[in-house]
Design a protein. Structure first.
Ligand code: ZN
Length: 163
């Protein structure tokens, strides 16, 4: 959880204000009354199909055996579709095409909302700075993890097995 101690508008120390039954850091200064809502941030995620396999990546900051989808924040003014294409380019140097949306998933542990897309990609994999490892896994061998982007992986696999 982000800790904000001072008002982002006037610099006064924040106190706690109860609004609709929840406590928020809020500015006590009259005519400012800034509230730090700490709203969840949207992130985009890409389930990438590449040469018949699904690409899973491990961030440098993740535990050794954990692989996930490519994810990233949206830039100001950017559409989610463009953001997901940009992230795939930045992190894997692949040219992605959005094939469809998988779904939108709350990720309260990270205070995020995941917008997950199914994309196809072409080119040659070249890892960006954030990644430690990439692996290509046959779709039928992908095992979804029970949090975050794992829900999108599960929904994609379920849909796929019904076709
Ligand atoms: Zn203030």
């Amino acid at each position: 959880m982000a800790q904000v101690k001072y008002c982002l508008h006037c610099g006064h120390e924040l106190s706690t204000r109860n609004i609709n039954g929840r406590d928020y850091p809020a500015c006590p200064v009259q005519n400012c009354e800034y509230v730090f809502w700490d709203n969840p941030l949207p992130i985009v995620a890409a389930l990438i199909e590449y040469q018949g396999n699904v690409l899973l990546a491990r961030n440098k900051s993740w535990p050794p055996k954990f692989f996930g989808l490519i994810t990233g924040f949206l830039e100001k003014g950017e559409s989610p579709e463009n953001a997901v294409i940009r992230e795939v380019k930045e992190e894997l140097d692949l040219n992605a095409k959005v094939e469809g949306m998988i779904g939108v998933y709350p990720f309260p542990e990270q205070n995020q909302v995941i917008i997950a897309y199914y994309v196809s990609a072409e080119g040659e994999v070249k890892m960006g700075e954030e990644l430690a490892e990439v692996k290509a896994v046959a779709p039928e061998k992908v095992r979804p993890w029970p949090f975050g982007t794992g829900h999108a992986v599960k929904d994609w696999l379920d849909k796929r097995s019904h076709h």
